[in-house]
Design a protein around this ligand. Structure first.
Ligand SMILES: CC(C)(COP(=O)(O)OP(=O)(O)OC[C@H]1O[C@@H](n2cnc3c(N)ncnc32)[C@H](O)[C@@H]1OP(=O)(O)O)[C@@H](O)C(=O)NCCC(=O)NCCS
Length: 340
C-alpha cells in the first residue's frame, strides 16, 4: 500500500480536491452516523475553512491511494486551558478501510503532533464498538469520558413543550451577538459555573470564563461569521446573571444550532432555571429563525439532570459518544516508527 499524503490548505485547495474531500467525508458520515442527515459540501468545507471556535490552529493532510482521495487527518492545537492537548481526527473512506490508510495518515501527522510538545493526544469522539473505537484501542488510547448527543428536531416538536415561565424571583433575557457590557462581570461568573459539568477522566478542560475571555470569544465568533444566541436568567434581588444558555450557529450549517454551554450558579440550582432558559431560547428561535431545523447538544452520560431537561423540551438521544486519549509519549513509544 503506497499512500500519497499531502498537506491540504483549505483556502487555496483546488475545487476538485475540495469536492473529493467532501465525497470522502460524506461517505464516512453515511457509514458511521446513518442517523444524521447527509453531510453537505457547505458543512464539510465550511468546517475546514472555519473550525469551531476554541479548536485553535488546525492543519490538514489528505491521502490518495491510486489517485483516489482515501482519507484525511486533522491536527488541532487548542489554546488556554487546553494548551496541553493535541486534537487529532482521522477519517478513511469506508470502501478503503483495513488497508493501513488510517495508520499511515496518523504516521504522517506524527511530526506535527510531536512538534507541538503537548502531553496528551485526544481522538475524535466516537461510538463505542465503532471501527474508530477498535482502531484507537489498538493504538493504546483509553476511553476517558462518555457523552450522549441529543437532538431537537424543531418542526416535529410541539411548541407547548417550550411554554415554561421564569421561576419566581428571576427574569429571563435574550440577545444575539456580543455580550452587553452592563452584564459582563456577572455573565462571566455564571458561565464559569460550567466548571461543575462532569467531564469524566478526560484531560480536556472547560474554558475558564473571565470578562476578558468572554470578549475574546465574542470576537472569535464574529470573525468566524458565526451567530451567538444567548438566554440568561437574572436574579431580581441582586440584578446579577445567575444562569446562561449559549447557542452557536455557523454560516456553513445554517440549519443546525449547537449548544455551547448551559450553566447555573450552584446557589441557584434546583429552581428550574436550566429548563426555563432553554425553553425561552426555543420560543425565540422558532420566532426569529424559522430556517433552523435542529439543535444539537452533547452532555455527559452521568449528567442525568441535563439529559432529563432536554427530554422534557423534546430532544431525543441520538447516540453515545466516547472520548478517547493517550499520552503523547505512549503514542510515540508504542510505535517508534510512527514519528519517522
Ligand atoms: C478509524 C479509521 C480511521 C481506521 O482507518 P483504517 O484505514 O481502516 O485503519 P487501518 O487499516 O490503518 O487499521 C489498522 C488496524 O486497526 C485495527 N482496526 C481498524 N479498523 C478496525 C475495525 N473496524 N475492527 C477491528 N479492528 C480495526 C486493526 O487492528 C487494523 O489492522 P488489521 O486490519 O491488520 O487488523 C476509519 O475506520 C474511520 O475513518 N472511522 C471513522 C472516523 C474515526 O472514528 N476516526 C478515528 C478517530 S481519530
Amino acid at each position: 500500500m503506497t499512500l500519497d499524503v499531502r498537506p491540504l490548505d483549505p483556502s487555496t485547495a483546488p475545487e476538485q480536491l475540495l469536492a473529493d474531500y467532501h465525497a470522502m467525508r460524506a461517505a464516512v458520515a453515511a457509514a458511521d452516523s446513518p442517523e444524521d442527515p447527509p453531510l453537505t459540501y457547505e458543512s464539510a468545507i465550511g468546517r475546514l475553512r472555519t473550525p469551531p471556535v476554541g479548536d485553535g490552529p488546525c492543519r490538514f493532510w489528505v491521502g490518495h491511494l491510486d489517485g483516489r482521495l482515501a482519507g484525511s487527518v486533522r491536527v488541532a492545537l487548542p489554546e488556554e486551558a487546553n494548551s496541553g492537548i493535541v486534537n487529532v481526527e482521522v477519517h478513511v473512506h469506508p470502501e478503503l478501510r483495513r488497508r493501513g490508510v488510517g495508520t499511515e495518515l496518523l504516521r504522517s501527522a506524527m511530526p506535527a503532533i510531536l512538534d507541538a510538545r503537548r502531553d496528551t493526544v485526544l481522538g475524535l469522539g466516537m461510538k463505542p464498538d465503532s471501527a474508530g473505537a477498535r482502531w484507537v484501542d489498538g493504538l493504546g488510547f483509553e476511553v476517558t469520558h462518555s457523552t450522549v448527543m441529543q437532538v431537537l428536531l424543531i418542526a416535529r416538536t410541539p411548541a407547548q413543550l417550550w411554554d415554561v415561565p421564569a421561576p419566581a424571583g428571576y427574569r429571563l433575557e435574550c440577545w444575539t451577538g456580543a455580550t452587553p457590557e452592563r452584564l459582563i462581570d456577572s455573565y462571566a461568573a455564571a458561565r464559569q459555573a460550567i466548571q461543575d459539568a462532569p467531564l469524566g477522566g478526560t484531560s480536556y478542560r472547560a474554558t475558564v470564563w473571565t470578562p476578558a475571555q468572554v470578549r475574546a470569544t465574542d470576537r472569535e465568533l464574529a470573525d468566524a461569521g458565526a451567530e451567538q444566541r444567548v438566554a440568561i436568567a437574572v436574579d431580581e434581588a441582586t440584578d446579577r446573571v445567575v444562569g446562561v444558555h449559549v447557542i452557536h450557529n455557523y454560516p456553513h450549517r445554517r440549519e443546525s444550532g449547537f449548544i455551547y454551554d448551559t450553566s447555573v450558579l450552584a446557589a441557584h440550582r434546583g429552581h428550574g432555571l436550566g429548563r426555563a432558559m432553554k425553553a425561552a431560547m426555543m420560543r425565540w428561535l422558532a420566532d426569529e429563525r424559522p430556517d433552523l431545523e435542529r439543535i444539537l447538544t452533547t452532555t455527559a452520560t452521568t449528567n442525568t439532570h441535563m439529559i432529563g431537561i432536554n427530554h422534557a423540551l423534546g430532544y431525543h438521544s441520538a447516540r453515545t459518544m466516547n472520548w478517547v486519549e493517550t499520552p503523547t509519549a505512549r503514542l510515540a513509544e508504542n510505535w517508534p516508527t510512527l514519528g519517522d
